[in-house]
Write a protein that binds this ligand. Structure first.
Ligand SMILES: Cc1cc2nc3c(=O)[nH]c(=O)nc-3n(C[C@H](O)[C@H](O)[C@H](O)COP(=O)(O)O)c2cc1C
Ligand code: SF4
Ligand code: SF4
Length: 291
């Protein structure tokens, strides 16, 4: 069995999960960033995995790069497809609706998302309540390691995951609540993209320009790490200072991997930085698009 595992990650959670799965199922790890310049993504593999973080789950959940990457996939009708969504909040209310949207997208392209997995890992986005930030991170990593083996067994045997029906029922039950939360996310995006309340821009148009509220301070030494680690080439160095090009994914990588802590995002409320402890900067740089 040949398996491709496509991943996207800003702070390493999804990358660490993708790496663990790839090792267990002997799959090939491929970054979604590497497909940015391609019109179509073709693979000979008979199984395909998609691993990514949830962003603004009740609004959409799928990072734009993931959506665009999946839309480019060819010949998916005969493939076994599984997806893993990592999230910092509750899996059922955050990762699950996101996976439902991914499933619909894949269906519209003629494929079938056979197995969906949700994993709670540390919340990297500090605009969420501090309770979510202060949870025991080690416990989360241990829980994932325990989940990994049975999950990979399912994947290897190309099975559906169990309890899908319970999840679908739960999702239906929560739908009215999601509707109210959408407004919260839209307000947050308008503020971050600095577009004002009367804007006609939809969320897909606002996300790329949220980089207008990223700032860089005097500790920047011009090393260019932020430009290299950005998964979508959204940063170029001008006179040894990073400048953002308005194709942002909101992934936080530039901020969290800056060695000088010089980059500040909209969500910095308590000065903490986060990236997955087992993922290194050089792991992250492999994700980057070739310059
Ligand atoms: C812009 C943004 C929005 C996010 N929105 C949510 C969310 O709605 N629900 C949630 O549970 N986690 C949310 N998160 C947290 C991430 O999904 C979570 O920490 C994920 O594991 C990060 O993966 P990564 O390290 O691979 O980038 C968000 C993170 C970012 C950066
Ligand atoms: S990574 Fe940090 S220190 Fe290096 S250029 Fe970017 S902002 Fe400056
Ligand atoms: S500019 Fe920063 S936050 Fe935006 S996509 Fe690049 S690394 Fe991620």
């Amino acid at each position: 069995m040949e398996m491709d595992i496509y991943y996207f990650s800003g702070t390493g959670n999804s990358l660490s999960v993708a790496k663990d799965i790839a090792q267990e199922v002997k799959g090939t790890l491929i970054s979604m960033s590497s497909g940015i310049d391609q019109e179509i993504i073709k693979t000979e593999a008979d199984s395909v995995g998609i691993v990514f973080p949830c962003y603004m789950a009740q609004l959409h959940g799928l990072p734009l790069i993931v959506e665009q990457f999946v839309e480019k996939l060819e010949n998916i009708d005969t493939k076994y497809i599984f997806a893993v969504a990592t999230c910092g909040g509750f899996e059922l209310v955050n990762a699950l609706p996101t996976l439902r949207r991914l499933s619909k997208l894949i269906k519209s392209l003629g494929g079938n998302l056979t197995a969906e997995f949700t994993i709670k890992l540390p919340m990297n986005n500090l605009s969420y309540p501090s309770k979510l930030m202060n949870q025991n991170q080690n416990e989360m990593f241990i829980t994932w390691k325990k989940k990994a083996e049975p999950m990979c067994e399912l994947i290897i045997s190309k099975k559906k995951n169990p309890y899908k029906l319970i999840k679908i029922l739960f999702n239906g039950f929560m739908t009215p609540m999601y509707f109210f939360l959408r407004n919260f996310y839209i307000q947050h995006l308008r503020k971050t993209a600095q577009v004002g309340g009367k804007t006609k821009l939809n969320f897909r148009q606002m996300i790329p320009i949220t980089d207008t509220s990223i700032t860089v301070d005097e500790n920047c030494n011009g090393c260019g790490t932020c430009a290299k680690v950005c998964p979508v080439r959204n940063i170029i160095m001008v006179d040894d200072k990073p400048t953002w090009q308005h194709t942002c994914e909101m992934c936080l990588a530039c901020d969290e991997w800056c060695p000088k802590g010089a980059i500040h995002h909209w969500c910095k409320t308590n000065g903490k930085d986060y990236h997955h402890p087992d993922v290194t900067l050089s792991d992250m740089l492999k994700q980057g698009v070739i310059r």
